[in-house]
Ligand binder design. Structure first.
Ligand code: ATP
Length: 253
């Protein structure tokens, strides 16, 4: 069953065409990689899917619903969550507080009740805390939940970012370079972790990644962009043996 489909999406910035007529079709529960050289248009593609940019042309469908031009927070509510290339945690806050905030943002439609702490709000607050702790257990951060998020090693900060995205109950999780800055050990653990959360939370995962071992090790299918154009699509083995990909990308690595 298709969960996400892009129909010839194009993004132009003035004279630059960052993404050109991109067609993608992603099935539920797949782990998909989006790769390509620097400036190929990968992040722009994520920005279109998550509503940061409205495509200049083309349409985006999520669970058969046309989401083109829908605002980012509405897209989050529909079930798409994202992490960023540069970690964006609340550095001074604890690990738990980072996840609590994301959960609150999802569940508190009535700010007034939060301010005066109605009994209903207190009940909700308790549930949110339980859910946040359970999420931290799932991502292996329970033991450090009271530590300041900036004190965590890099790999754990990345995990916390993912936990925060999971707090919004996504169906599609979009990861922008999850292995960036990780040491080899952390990268290996990340692959295992990505598979684990896919199964546990019944997710579909779309990721940009430059670390080839991670991409080839965890992705079931890969799209390759070069100068905004999709030059190849296939399994890791097909991509590794594709002459166009080798010439444009893998050959220069
Ligand atoms: P990297 O791997 O380095 O992150 P990328 O594949 O994610 O690169 P994008 O960041 O999507 O590439 O950029 C694609 C092209 O679009 C680049 O030429 C970039 O300069 C341009 N671009 C991206 N965002 C904007 C913007 N807001 N305004 C103008 N040009 C932009």
């Amino acid at each position: 069953m298709t969960i996400l489909k892009t129909d010839k999406i194009t993004m132009r910035f003035g004279g630059i065409t960052a993404v050109s007529k991109l067609d993608m079709k992603i099935d539920k529960n797949e782990i998909i990689g989006l790769i390509g050289p620097n400036g190929a248009g990968k992040t722009t593609c994520f920005n279109m899917i998550t509503g940061v940019y409205v495509p200049t042309e083309g349409r985006i469908f999520f669970e058969d619903k046309d989401i083109t031009g829908i605002k980012t927070h509405e897209i989050t509510k529909l079930g798409i969550a994202r992490t960023f290339q540069n970690i964006r945690l609340f550095k001074e806050l604890s690990v738990l507080d980072n996840v609590l905030i994301a959960n609150h943002m999802r569940l508190d439609s009535n700010l007034f009740s939060a301010v005066i702490k109605t009994p209903d709000y207190r009940k909700k607050e308790k549930k949110i805390k339980e859910k946040s702790i359970s999420l931290l257990k799932d991502v292996g951060l329970e033991e450090v939940m009271h530590e300041k998020s900036s004190s965590l090693p890099y790999g754990k900060q990345r995990r916390l970012e993912i936990a925060r995205a999971l707090a919004t109950d996504p169906k599609l999780l979009i990861l922008d370079e999850p292995a960036a800055g990780m040491n080899p050990q952390e990268s290996m653990e990340l692959m295992e972790f990505i598979r684990k959360i896919r199964d546990k939370f019944n997710l579909t995962i779309l990721m940009i990644e430059h670390h080839m071992q991670v991409v080839m090790g965890v992705c079931e299918r890969i799209y390759v962009l070069d100068y905004g154009i999709m030059i190849a699509e296939g399994t890791p083995v097909e991509i590794q043996n594709n002459p166009k990909v080798i010439e444009a990308y893998l050959g220069v690595e």
